[in-house]
Design a protein around this ligand. Structure first.
Ligand code: FE2
Length: 137
């Protein structure tokens, strides 16, 4: 792939129809992409550290936010979500900062994210929407 290209693009097919989740997921891809490009371009340690910190900070906020939201609406699969989020965070914490390990770790995280969005998050949105229509017949 050519340098400078976006490798981690959010796509319309990832949209869940929940504006808040979709916006957060889109930003997730953006942060992963930024870090990937910086590693590929062999940017300095400080740049990489700042981008890594942004990704890690956002991940923690997003998961905390999402889990609080799921808890608030009484989602029965919340524990499963917490487990999956924990696995992602673990990978992020352990990721190496140099190529090629760094790119491999980010590719893993992108695939995890896609699977999570299209799997667990989509399940939640379906559940939430179905529940909403039952609550307001
Ligand atoms: Fe999630």
């Amino acid at each position: 792939m050519t340098a400078g290209q976006d490798h981690f693009q959010w796509k319309e097919r990832f949209a869940l129809g929940d504006e808040r989740l979709d916006t957060e997921h889109r930003y997730f891809f953006h942060l992963i992409n930024e870090l990937y490009l910086a590693i590929e371009a062999q940017r300095g340690e400080q740049v990489l550290a700042a981008l890594y910190a942004a990704l890690r900070g956002y991940t923690e906020i997003h998961f905390r936010d999402e889990e609080a939201y799921l808890a608030k609406v009484g989602y029965p699969e919340l524990q499963q979500q917490i487990l999956e989020h924990g696995r992602f965070l673990q990978h992020l914490k352990e990721m190496p900062m140099a190529a090629p390990g760094a790119q491999a770790a980010l590719a893993f995280m992108r695939d995890w994210l896609i699977e999570h969005i299209l799997g667990s998050d989509q399940e939640f949105v379906r559940w939430h929407q179905g529940r909403g229509s039952r609550a307001n017949p």
